[in-house]
Design a protein around this ligand. Sequence first.
Ligand code: ATP
Ligand code: MG
Length: 145
Amino acid sequence: MPSQTLGIVKPDAVAAGRTGAILAHLERAGFAVRACRLVRLTRPQAEAFYAVHRGRPFYPELVDFMTSGPCLPVVLEREGADAVPVMRDTIGATDPAEAAAGTIRKLYAESKGRNAIHASDSDDNAAREVGFFFGEGELAGLWGA
Ligand code: ATP
Ligand code: MG
């Protein structure tokens, strides 16, 4: 049974021309792209997507950053149940200074705030976040799905 997670190539990485390198990194890590689209988030969309962080000191900066330019939400799928934890390992720690060698954030992130990529942190949030950006009909079928 395949499982899914949601990634977002964040505005810093899109602006730096790293979108293709990051998608290639994810495919090498064993993920298949099921859906993706370049979007410019509105402020209400960014506030809603990161609503769990509302009230935290970095929240205004996070919303400013996520609306500062286009980003690329992408639905990622792999065989087995572990898409969410494998994706978290693939992107590395939130702060690139603490991210393991070879992770996407180590390779491409500028700072803890401008950190190149988002990934869902649980299966429930992955399902919610996939639905936030994509409708059922936009998920291209793989493995007979
Ligand atoms: P994401 O949810 O984007 O995948 P994450 O799960 O690694 O990142 P969270 O704790 O969910 O980290 O924080 C969401 C985002 O908010 C971070 O990716 C980062 O861009 C920003 N952020 C978190 N903590 C800080 C901080 N202390 N200073 C600046 N920005 C921060
Ligand atoms: Mg998070």
